[in-house]
Design a protein around this ligand. Sequence first.
Ligand code: GLU
Length: 199
Amino acid sequence: MCGIIGFTGNEPAKDIIIGGLERLEYRGYDSAGLALLSNDQIQVRKRTGKVEELRKLCEAEKMPATCGIGHTRWATHGEPSDINAHPHTNVSGTIAIVHNGIIENYAKIKNWLQSQGVVFKSQTDTEVVAHLINYYYEQKKDIFYAVLQALKKLEGSYALGVVCKDFPDRVIAARKDCPLIVGVGNGENFIASDVPAIL
Ligand code: GLU
């Protein structure tokens, strides 16, 4: 179990995401992280410990991004650590994802990706999803297509939030056997593992 949040709108996303994660902390609390789309790049910040540690890490930083994703983790694959904390990215850091659930066939996908030259950073099952999305993104440069193709290869359970540098106001979401809600607002939209995160 873990908590996911995503936001796209006109307000700075950092505090909305961290505030949402604090209200999801009952779902997991070994580490927390966020990815923000800012100035043609994705800023990823993550840290072992409670969401408060993430808040401290980001406190002094000016982060004007109005789109991003966040995660509070309850580890299933890979110990709680800064590296295993979500979000996870593709090699170039242009695609970032958060995941709740377990990818049952991650070892098989990981072996195949490694045979294609992908170097992994973490011990998580989640990281394969970031690299798999990247693999399909390279085919058409269409993030929606890439996520759909990647999902076809996954076995297990997931709620996913995905952002891509080339689509700076978009959060792609998907779920299978894990909770994920969509909040549609006025000029802003949310995803979250549970209602309190976006109230
Ligand atoms: N399986 C993923 C991990 O260990 C996600 C765990 C979760 O849902 O909290 O990082």
